[in-house]
Design a protein around this ligand. Structure first.
Ligand code: HEC
Length: 252
């Protein structure tokens, strides 16, 4: 009797323990990121390669409207480099004659979007909308680990899985059917700095860049945090010394 009851309790417990598996949670492999932890900073070389990936690959479909070219100083690009990058795009403006025209981009301009509006984006993408990437690293559960997993998680669909029209199988996308075809592969870009462009390297670099644009103030925030903790530690020490001084006559 009691054995049965135990078994029932165990079944209940294991049932509960297994519950998250039903909630379609997909386990994300945990990566090590330079920007993890209280002392973490962005690996600038990786973020620069990541910008190259964004520029050469992702920006053909994804906008990054909240980011300005001048923000690239945060990944270590010089003013001259930023000016040159901004100047490669044409920005709509109004000419002296009052007619719409174009001028060269400036560091103070937003990143140029690939499509003029959402409808145009969907029309070009088989009805799917490539989400804006300004804060996507923060907007998706799992953050950097999720984006890395997504970019490296394309496989053939398991036997028996029926794929929708134009859909691609991805181990980590919720529901596993994603409208975006695998954007990265070995040798997708030629890195300016000579790094070998493997799929993992490209995914890691572009994820680092996406994490930077979503959290441009992160390094400053951590530095302030460390200063505050040091200050509080010093203050505690000082308070203790003062207390000993003040009470030195009365203490015993
Ligand atoms: C050819 C167009 C195209 C390119 C190039 C492209 N994407 Fe996408 N991407 C899409 C579309 C379309 C979706 C929406 C997919 C969906 O909802 O099924 C998407 C969705 C995403 C998502 C969101 C997934 C989610 O959880 O909703 C991420 C992250 C992403 N892309 C990252 C990237 C990165 C990083 C690059 C560059 C390496 C890139 N994409 C290049 C078309 C593209």
């Amino acid at each position: 009797m009691s054995v049965h009851r135990l078994a029932a309790v165990a079944a209940l417990l294991t049932g509960f323990a297994a519950a998250p598996a039903f909630a379609q949670e997909i386990e994300l492999p945990k990566q090590n990121w330079s920007f993890d932890g209280p002392f973490g900073t962005f690996d600038k070389a990786a973020a620069q390669r990541g910008f190259q990936i964004y520029k050469d690959v992702c920006s053909n479909c994804h906008s990054m409207k909240q980011v300005y070219y001048r923000n690239l100083s945060g990944i270590g690009l010089s003013d001259a480099q930023i000016k040159a990058i901004a100047a490669t795009v044409d920005v709509p403006t109004i000419g002296d004659d009052g007619q719409p025209t174009e001028r060269k981009g400036l560091p103070a301009d937003h990143f140029k979007s690939p499509y003029p509006n959402e409808r145009a984006a969907r029309a070009a993408q088989n009805g799917a909308l490539p989400p804006d990437q300004s804060v996507i690293e923060k907007a998706r559960e799992g953050g950097a680990d999720y984006i890395f997993a997504l970019l490296t998680g394309y496989t053939d669909p398991p036997a028996g899985v029926k794929m929708g029209d134009g859909m691609n199988y991805n181990k980590y996308f919720p529901g596993h059917q994603i409208a975006m075809a695998a954007p990265l592969s070995d040798g997708r870009v030629d890195y300016i700095d000579g790094t070998k462009p493997t799929l993992e390297q490209e995914a890691r670099d572009v994820t680092t860049f996406l994490a930077y644009v979503a959290n441009p103030e992160m390094e400053e925030r951590k530095r302030t945090g460390i200063r505050v903790v040091l200050f509080l530690a010093m203050l505690s020490g000082l308070t203790y010394v003062v207390k000993r001084q003040v009470w030195s006559d009365v203490d015993h």
